[in-house]
Write a protein that binds this ligand. Sequence first.
Ligand SMILES: Cc1cc2nc3c(=O)[nH]c(=O)nc-3n(C[C@H](O)[C@H](O)[C@H](O)COP(=O)(O)O)c2cc1C
Length: 166
Amino acid sequence: MFKKILIKDLKENAVSLFDDRWALLTSGDKDSYNTMTVSWGMMGELWNKDVCTVFVRPQRYTYEFMEKNDGFTLSIFPEEYRKALSFCGSKSGRDYDKAKETGLVPFKCEQGIAFEQAEIIINCKKLYVQDMKEDCFLDKSIIDKCYNGDFHRIYVGEITEVLIKE
Ligand SMILES: Cc1cc2nc3c(=O)[nH]c(=O)nc-3n(C[C@H](O)[C@H](O)[C@H](O)COP(=O)(O)O)c2cc1C
């Protein structure tokens, strides 16, 4: 069972939540959704709202769902699910049913679908979308290190509901 909490009561450090724990970014509804692992993201305040920002490359299948739907979720798991996260971060939903392959169980929530085994679920409503542009990189070395013309699309989402496992 999950209980609702305020984002400010979340004990996790936002940087380690993304960088160390990773998350499943999911968009869509129970009939049509996709999920993928993310470790680049941020949480904070913008436009007087609590927000979460994620970065999705255009070739991801998840990108299509992020475009079609008004919201997305982030599911954060206990360490034992690392293998499932590695699977969802290396295989595409175009080729695999990720829930079936990993045993993760889709869980219907405010902004679509998350997963029953998650410890934390963050629901977000899209507020702002923008593609990264080559010209805007002040440190051009990042382009060589991280990109092959596939600049991320930036999605800023308002955090609308946070659930934690009871
Ligand atoms: C630890 C980890 C973090 C990742 N973070 C991101 C990310 O922030 N943005 C992104 O576009 N892809 C990221 N990926 C890659 C996608 O998860 C991966 O390409 C996935 O297979 C895409 O699945 P899809 O085609 O079903 O959307 C990450 C992969 C791993 C393993």
